[in-house]
Design a protein around this ligand. Structure first.
Ligand code: CA
Length: 520
């Protein structure tokens, strides 16, 4: 038994769905290097994000707090770097700390990384090729491909370390975030078509109105750039403009009734594509999307392999905790969607695999509830540091070491604030997920959130039995047979909101009174 404090390598991708990691069993692709962490360590099956979008998730990971506490509720609310964070605690206790890759918590003196001895980050979303990266000296162009560069920087940090002190390094990939740009070396992967998800043609019946109204559909909301196609010159006739608060972004590939005149052109090869039917065009878009996405993942997986090889070659693997995760999940054609934001499972679930040979049994799988607010407390626990009182998560150490008792946390809490945002028209909501059920309240109000817009949709509830209905196709919130389950989940939601100090938009007392009156 060693008394040395463990090193921590935290590798996080941006928008990497569990269904695109082979150890999670979807069969879509092969990720042998990420899988290695699961086979030599543990895979979590119920790890959930508190707010399924980039910036807020990152704030929760660093601070161990929910977004109504850290103030980072949307993409436009950047982290105040005077707040304490896990890197600061680790650094103060003697850890060497590094942060490389996608930061997405703001730039400039008030938002740049704090608590890190060394850092180099992409501004905003950053670019895939020859990205500008910012460090303490300022911005600089880095030639190459983002996933390779970010890994190189992480390895350079490890090379330059003081071998007598432990290290904590965050290796944050930009990939596979939209527009899903793979390195050309992966161009020949996935020649054969991939399977189309069972729920691809979902008509969104039996669900809250948010599902139907979201602009996240592969068949009508992906841009030419998303699909690696040349965008012709022209106006609305070549595709609906996608605008953000900063202006014009790009045009969507059209979804016309009559596809006979449509010619799409591959950006790399110049190949022309024409279509006999609207369905053919629809499935063409899905295949373009999923293949680009998985090729981009292949670039991450190879780089995870490089990093693991470095740890092996330098005798670090036994004493280093290595984590691979993503800032949230992603839809890969389930319900006809790409993107995230929603509390539906594909978006809510964070893939999470962790290896630490000294404490975590190889090949273990946990079905217990975990959340990204738990990451910071976990790092501190393994570093032998107390959890500061401002943090709201719990250390996952009992779960990881198979010692979690009956009193382990029952639910994960999620809240998305950007009501009807420019791009995706996703609706604001909150809710809880326990090991079987999920309760969602669509309060459908902007509540003065940046990038959120009021509408007139009434509030709605959704209840899913994730065991019987893992695809979440049947909202049971009005089903009398599930009334007791609904009330039990409502109790859990109220308790969790009270525990974390978030303010409910729903009125539980009125709801309960109404349900009792109707059952009499
Ligand atoms: Ca993300």
């Amino acid at each position: 038994m060693t008394t040395t404090r463990p090193n921590i390598v935290f590798i996080m991708a941006d928008d990497h769905a569990a269904n695109a990691i082979s150890c999670y069993g979807s069969g879509l692709n092969a990720t042998p290097h990420i899988d290695r962490l699961a086979h030599e360590g543990m895979r979590l099956d119920h790890c959930y994000v508190t707010n399924s979008i980039c910036t807020p998730s990152r704030a929760s990971i660093l601070t161990g707090t929910y977004n109504h506490v850290n103030g980072v509720t949307t993409l436009a609310t950047h982290l105040d770097n005077r707040l304490p964070n896990v890197a600061r605690h680790l650094r103060a206790s003697g850890y060497q700390t590094g942060m490389f890759g996608k930061w997405h918590l703001g730039e400039g003196k008030e938002h740049e990384p704090s608590g890190f001895d060394a850092w180099s980050v992409l501004p905003g979303q950053g670019d895939y090729f020859d990205p500008v990266m910012i460090d303490a000296e300022g911005p600089k162009v880095e030639p190459g491909y983002a996933s390779d560069i970010i890994t190189d920087k992480t390895i350079d940090f490890l090379e330059a370390r003081d071998p007598d002190r432990p290290f904590f390094v965050m290796c944050h990939h930009k990939a596979p975030h939209r527009p899903f740009v793979p390195h050309p070396r992966y161009r020949d992967l996935y020649v054969e078509d991939l399977p189309v998800p069972d729920t691809y043609d979902d008509d969104y019946s039996n669900r809250a109105s948010a599902a139907e109204l979201a602009k996240m559909r592969i068949r009508r909301d992906m841009t030419y750039e998303d699909l690696g196609l040349i965008q012709p010159e022209g106006g609305d006739e070549i595709g609906e403009a996608q605008r953000s608060e900063n202006g014009f972004v790009g045009r969507k590939v059209p979804d016309p009734e009559d596809v006979s005149g449509l010619v799409l052109i591959d950006k790399d090869t110049g190949e022309n594509f024409t279509f006999a039917t609207r369905r053919e065009l629809d499935l063409f878009k899905y295949q373009r999307y999923i293949k680009r996405y998985l090729r981009t993942i292949a670039g991450i997986d190879d780089n995870v392999g490089r990093l693991l090889d470095y740890l092996d070659a330098n005798g670090l693997s036994q004493d280093t905790i290595v984590i691979y995760t993503s800032d949230q999940g992603f839809f890969l054609g389930e319900h006809g969607w790409f993107d995230k934001r929603f509390m539906y499972e594909e978006s809510l679930q964070m893939p999470f695999v962790i290896r630490y040979p000294r404490a975590i049994k190889a090949g273990a799988i946990s079905k217990r509830i975990a959340s990204n607010v738990d990451f910071a407390p976990t790092f501190l626990d393994y570093a032998g540091l107390p959890m500061p009182s401002y943090m709201q998560g719990v250390s996952l150490r009992p779960l990881l070491e198979d010692k979690a008792g009956e009193d382990w946390q029952e639910v994960a809490y999620h809240r998305y604030w950007m009501h009807k945002d420019y791009y995706h028209n996703a609706f604001a909501h909150y809710g809880v997920r326990d090991s079987r059920y999920k309760l969602i309240y669509w309060y459908n109000e902007a509540l003065d959130q940046p990038g959120a817009f009021d509408g007139d949709e009434p509030p709605e509830w959704e209840l899913f039995d994730c065991l019987e209905d893992p695809s979440e196709m049947f909202n049971l919130s009005n089903d009398p047979a599930y009334r007791e389950v609904f009330l039990a989940m409502l109790t859990k939601l109220d308790a969790k909101m009270a525990e974390v100090g978030d303010v409910p938009e729903h009125d539980s007392a009125a709801l309960r009174a109404g349900l009792e009156a109707s059952s009499r």
